[in-house]
Each structure stands twice: as structure tokens, then as C-alpha cells.
Design a protein around this ligand. Structure first.
Ligand code: GDP
Length: 300
């Protein structure tokens, strides 16, 4: 992807320097580690993540048993690949469904992160898995957010529960509560609650999201974050972790051409796995996040 174009180029240049070497000397390993460090820093990966990453690669490159099948350059590529998968979360973290009653998924994040778009994408994806989702419009802050969700809901053929007489009093918490009753009545098995964001981290927004969370007791709270905003994504991620808490992360705008360091750091920084990725404005530009596939794309 474009997001990792520079990182990919840098890493492949590093690996190229190792090609044809019979055995890696200590100096080769140091030089390689230095280049990987620079590549990651230039890609805007958070410093503590870079440090751990480089230390792990170095240690393994030194200790790695000499494999008959791989030359030293391939050996290093293999190590970097495995460490990338590791910082991206290892295994794919799948959605957890409720054992009884509708599964409630709540979305939180800043305004412009792509939550409302993501809500519809997720609904479409769930529908394709045979689920019967209900979209819930609890972003009553941003003008047009409700309408945007309705338009997108229509596009993906998923009903939208929005504030109107009988659907809560127009405050997001009561709309959210009423939506769960609606889901039970209409036999929806997944409820996706879109919430309001602000342009920046804001105490009132956090309190509102926490209020919705308490009211609907979500099975999954997903933090939606724009991968293009760089290190700010990490600060925001931490603020939402403290203010609302969440189980997983959704990276949006992975089709962008910014440096992808935030995407590479967020798992380590928050301790929460990236579960989904959004890769464009079309409602089908969405997928489960697979750390191994992302790593191979970076090393492609
Ligand atoms: P919200 O304020 O968090 O609900 O954000 P929106 O869903 O309204 O998205 C903000 C803008 O980002 C809209 O113009 C979307 O079309 C756009 N957008 C959302 N997701 C993506 C994505 O994955 N890639 C790109 N390129 N644009 C996106």
C-alpha cells in the first residue's frame, strides 16, 4: 500500500545490501539494525516500538541457527517479517459475538475518523456473513451524521435506527437504549452503534461515549482511527482508552499516502488489536485486518 511505500523501499534496499553475503558479521548485523531503525523512524513508527523492534531483530539475527535453506539476507527478511507480524498483533483478532441476544458493537473515535462510513461498511460485511445487523445513529452532534448513516444504510440494505418520536428522546443514550429493544423485537443479531466524535479530544464527548457504553453494555467497543494522522493517532488512542475504553481498533484511510507508522505502532502502544481496516470511500473498501498479510505487503 501507499501508506508503507517508503518503508517498503527502505527495507528492501537494506535487504539488498545483504544479498550475496555468506555469513553475517556482527558489523553487518549492526548496520542492518541501524538501517531498519531509520526506516521505521522515517515511517513515523513510535520510538519505543522502534527500539523494541530493532532489539528483537538484532538478537534474533545474532542467535538465529544457520538454516540450510535460507541465505543470510533471506534469514533477515524472515526475522523482520515475523517481528512485523508480532507488532501488528500476531493472530487475526475476530469479532466476538454475544452468546445470547444481539451482539452490540459500539464505534468511538474523533470526528472525521470515518466512523459513520465504517458503520455501514461493517454492516455490509456482517450482512454478507449472513447476519441481520441494525445500524444505530447516535451521532447527534455532527450535522448530517444521521442522514449520512441513513443514506449509507440504504446503500447496503441495512435498516437504520435513528432518533424520532418513540426512538428515544433525541439524546444519544436513550436512542442507544431504545435501539437494543428494537433489535430484539425485529430479531437483529448485531447492533452497530455509531457515536459522536469531535475534532479533538474533548471531555464532554468522552463522557457521552462512556454513557452510551454503560447503557448498551457493548460486546465490542471499536476505536476508529484515521491512519493518516500519524503520531496524533496514538495520543488520541490513549485518550479514548482512558476515557471510554475499547476492545479493538479499526484503522481507516489505509489507502492514503501518509507514513504508516501509526498503524504499525497502535497495537503496541494501546495493547489493543487492530481488527478491521478501511481502505477507501467505497462501502466495499473494508476487510478484516490480517497482521501477516499486512507484513507481507510491507515486505513485498
Ligand atoms: P466520522 O465523522 O468519523 O463519522 O467520519 P465519516 O465516516 O463521515 O468520514 C469522514 C470522511 O472520510 C468522509 O469523506 C469519508 O468518505 C472519508 N473516509 C472514510 N473512510 C475512508 C477510507 O478508508 N479511505 C478514504 N480515502 N476516505 C475515507
Amino acid at each position: 500500500t501507499l501508506l508503507f511505500a517508503t518503508l517498503s523501499d527502505r527495507l528492501s534496499a537494506t535487504f539488498k545490501n545483504l544479498r550475496g553475503k555468506g555469513r553475517l558479521s556482527e558489523a553487518d548485523i549492526d548496520a542492518t539494525a541501524r538501517e531498519i531503525r531509520i526506516a521505521l523512524l522515517e515511517a513515523d513508527v513510535a520510538l519505543p516500538v522502534v527500539k523494541d523492534f530493532v532489539a528483537a531483530v538484532k538478537e534474533r539475527a545474532r542467535g538465529e541457527e544457520v538454516s540450510q535453506a535460507l541465505n543470510p539476507a533471506q534469514q533477515v527478511v524472515k526475522i523482520v517479517n515475523e517481528e512485523l507480524i508480532e507488532i501488528l498483533g500476531g493472530e487475526t483478532r475476530r469479532l466476538r459475538y454475544a452468546k445470547t441476544g444481539p451482539t452490540v458493537i459500539m464505534l468511538a473515535g474523533l470526528q472525521g475518523a470515518g466512523k459513520t462510513t465504517l458503520a455501514a461498511k461493517l454492516a455490509l460485511w456482517l450482512k454478507d456473513q449472513g447476519k441481520a445487523p441494525l445500524l444505530v445513529a447516535c451521532d447527534l452532534q455532527r450535522p448530517n451524521a444521521v442522514q449520512q448513516l441513513q443514506v449509507n444504510g440504504e446503500k447496503v440494505g441495512v435498516p437504520v435506527f435513528a432518533p424520532e418520536p418513540g426512538n428515544g428522546t433525541g439524546d444519544p443514550v436513550s436512542v442507544a437504549k431504545a435501539s437494543i429493544e428494537e433489535a430484539k423485537r425485529k430479531l437483529h443479531d448485531v447492533v452497530i452503534v455509531d457515536t459522536a466524535g469531535r475534532l479533538g479530544v474533548d471531555a464532554e464527548m468522552m463522557a457521552q461515549a462512556a454513557g452510551i457504553r454503560d447503557a448498551v453494555q457493548p460486546d465490542e467497543v471499536l476505536f476508529v482511527v484515521d491512519a493518516m494522522i500519524g503520531q496524533d493517532a496514538l495520543t488520541t488512542a490513549q485518550a479514548f482508552l482512558d476515557g471510554v475504553g475499547y476492545d479493538g481498533v479499526v484503522l481507516t484511510k489505509l489507502d492514503g499516502d501518509a507514513r504508516g507508522g501509526a498503524a504499525l505502532s497502535i497495537r503496541q502502544v494501546t495493547g489493543r488489536p487492530v481488527m478491521f481496516a478501511s481502505t477507501g470511500e467505497k462501502l466495499t473498501d473494508f476487510d478484516v485486518f490480517h497482521p501477516d498479510r499486512m507484513a507481507s505487503r510491507i515486505l513485498d
